[in-house]
Design a protein around this ligand. Structure first.
Ligand code: GCW
Length: 667
């Protein structure tokens, strides 16, 4: 009987033409419904909403209504019951979001009649940043090559573009930057723009606006001008002409994303100008077309005593000097997408400038596509952090105007490498729409749509997802440790690492400062005093080693190995327990998953199972490497009730991973 059932299920899958390879993401409802759907307006976008509902909605007739038309208002309402449902919005996009919302409720058992739903996005700009190079490689990408096939465009239009647009629209993402912030000037060549136009045309009906990353030296490299000085009239003219050319092809083009004077990229400082002067020059070129500039604050220099302080130091004096179509894009933490960081002090600090958040969906520092790390809890911790920017009650979420996520998308069949990495793409979209959603609710929605409605599956697997970020932090960098990664690929541990001749702030020791007395980065007044960049009363709490949150202790303090933790253990013992806990958590994930055999298709079951094995092995590697290394300074035994290391430090020091796709050997 069981076999028959499996055979018929398999057959159903073949009839549908689907392999269980993850390619359908969370959009797996079969398209055999025959719903009655009407609309009071016709357009390509509305036809998409109509068709999605017609083929997937299994309830009463739906009527789509544009009311008080306003194209940039994305809100919608859904009302009605078993006799009929109405989705209303001022815009076509809003209707499309309403349609996906209704289908999501159906797919997650969330329909409760009568429906009385009002939704409106918290941020108007919910944007993916692709770090995709024009040659098809992806910086920090772990899911194959770029989905943008520049060599085939504009003639060949990959069917993936439309699937990509649909997936994004279904979770409310409304914009995308097609190319890497380490931008090739070539992206602005006319032939490349003709290709970008074709992509923009495919994405537009799904409400997705296209942006490009630009290289600040483009006027020199492409235009042959002797300078790219932002105050030079010919340079300004060049950018204006370029903007005009782009808007002729892509009338709703969003604007530019810029990484300037950072990690070797050119910028206004090369000409003695400020970030504001550089950003404003581009903003002026885009302004007549309603375009914006997203100017990144990811800057640091080798001469600064603390890399964590620099963005604030460079940008705060410029507050109020930026044009109103400039937004400063700030990474969630002050260093660089570490497993756990405090929020960057720039949030809640710039009161006269728009600030947007950049989070990293791709798992550069969280186990690439091998480790299961559900990032919604991390992003929630960040968004909910009180900046005290306007007195208490100023969480990061209320200080920003937009959210960007560095994409984890590649051309692999399942888009993201790890099947569970899809959940991070999904969570980014949902949180950028509504940062108040809980990580639990997001995981629940995603699991029900992606795998199964059965509680016996959803509950334990959800619990695993919700613990997974904590587990990664524990086995990689607990208690506020940061940036002790192997040089270059950022995958394995290398707290001992040395980049010969490399800048100090690329060396792991710079970050952990382990010595005979203790470990951690002293950011108090006796150290770099980075804490001073935060508002009161948060900074007083951080200064005091007793009130500093323990999960960030070594971020802010160089603490004594015998410092007494809240648990009553010494710092050294606590560090050992945390590393070991991470290993135990990873092993528990394997058990949770193995119990689900039979509850889902074998393809995805096995794919996840094999990656969880890697994760457990890596967790042991991390624990052993870090504890054995730090033990050389702490000179204390690993508490006897926890597992003994199974490696020798000297062997671990020999490991040199060759990870392709990491052309970039930066820290
Ligand atoms: O996280 C670091 C990465 C670089 C990246 C840089 C940035 C795109 O290691 O690969 O470059 O940050 O955000 O600009």
């Amino acid at each position: 009987m069981k076999h028959l059932l499996t055979a018929s299920l398999l057959c159903f899958a073949c009839l549908q033409g689907f392999a269980e390879d993850g390619s359908r993401l969370w959009l797996r409802a079969d398209a055999t419904a025959k719903a009655v759907v009407t609309a009071n307006k016709k357009s390509t976008t509305i036809s998409i909403a109509v068709e999605e509902l017609q083929t997937q909605w299994r309830g009463a007739a739906v009527s789509l209504k544009i009311k008080n038309i306003k194209a940039d208002k994305e809100e919608f309402s859904i009302t009605g019951d078993e006799r009929g449902i109405t989705i209303t919005s001022p815009s076509e996009k809003g209707l499309l979001y309403g349609a996906y919302h209704l289908l999501r409720l159906q797919a997650t058992n969330g329909l409760k009649y009568p429906l009385n739903i009002q939704e409106s996005p918290k941020y108007n700009l919910r944007i993916l940043n692709h770090w995709d190079n024009l040659d098809g490689t992806v910086e920090r990408g772990y899911a194959g090559r770029s989905i943008w096939r520049w060599d085939e465009l504009p003639a060949v239009v990959s069917p993936r573009y439309k699937e990509y647009a649909r997936a994004n629209a279904s979770i409310g993402i409304n914009a995308t930057v097609l190319n890497n912030v380490n931008a090739s000037p070539q992206i602005l060549q006319s032939d490349m723009l003709a290709k970008a136009k074709v992509v923009a045309d495919v994405l537009r009906p799904y409400g997705i606006q296209v942006f490009l990353s630009v290289n600040f030296s483009s006027p020199t490299v492409l235009g042959g001008l002797p300078t790219s000085d932002p105050l030079d009239a010919a340079v300004q003219r060049w950018w204006k002409d370029k903007a005009n050319e782009i808007y002729k092809l892509i009338p709703d083009f969003g604007g530019f994303l810029v990484k300037a004077n950072s990690e070797g990229q050119p910028g206004p400082q090369d000409f003695g100008r400020t970030h504001a002067e550089g950003a404003n020059m581009l903003a002026d070129a885009l302004k007549p077309h309603k375009g914006i500039v997203m100017w990144r604050a990811f800057v640091y220099s080798p001469s600064n005593d603390d890399r964590a302080k620099q963005a604030y130091m460079e940008f705060m004096p410029l507050d109020g000097l930026f044009r109103d179509n400039v937004v400063i894009q700030v990474k969630n933490g002050p260093i660089d997408f570490q497993p756990r960081e405090p929020f960057s002090p720039l949030f809640g600090a710039m009161h006269k400038t728009d600030v947007m958040a950049e989070v990293q969906i791709t798992q550069e520092y969280l186990g690439h596509a091998n480790h299961l790390a559900f990032l919604a809890p991390m992003w929630k911790e960040f968004l909910d952090s009180d900046t005290y920017g306007n007195g208490s009650g100023s969480p990061v979420a209320n200080t920003i105007t937009a959210m960007a996520g560095v994409a984890n998308i590649g051309d692999e069949t399942n888009w993201n490498g790890h099947h569970f990495a899809q959940a991070n793409w999904y969570a980014f979209g949902r949180l950028a729409w509504n940062p108040q959603l809980s990580a639990d609710a997001i995981a629940d929605e995603w699991l029900r749509q992606t795998f199964s409605q059965k509680d016996a599956f959803v509950e334990p697997v959800k619990a695993m997802m919700l613990q997974s970020w904590d587990a990664v932090v524990n086995y990689m960098m607990p208690l506020g440790l940061h940036h002790i990664f192997a040089v270059g690929h950022h995958y394995g541990p290398e707290p001992w690492g040395v980049i010969p001749g490399g800048r100090p702030d690329w060396q792991p020791w710079y970050f952990h400062n382990a010595d005979a007395a203790g470990v951690g980065f002293n950011r108090t007044k006796t150290g770099s005093d980075a804490i001073n960049q935060y508002h009161s009363p948060l900074k007083e709490r951080l200064y005091d080693i007793e009130t500093c949150p323990e999960e960030l202790l070594l971020w802010f303090h160089h603490a004594d190995w015998n410092h007494k933790m809240h648990s009553g253990r010494s710092l050294w013992a606590e560090l050992c327990y945390k590393y070991d806990l991470g290993v135990q958590q990873a092993r528990e994930f394997q058990k949770v998953w193995d119990r689900q055999e039979g509850a889902l298709d074998t393809e995805r079951f096995h794919a996840v199972q094999s990656r969880l094995k890697i994760q457990s092995r890596d967790a042991v590697w991390w624990r052993d490497a870090c504890l054995l290394y730090f033990q050389e300074f702490a000179k204390q035994p690993i508490p006897y009730d926890i597992e003994r290391p199974v490696h020798d430090l000297s062997d671990l020091k020999q490991i040199k991973l060759k990870i392709s796709n990491h052309e970039n050997a930066k820290r």
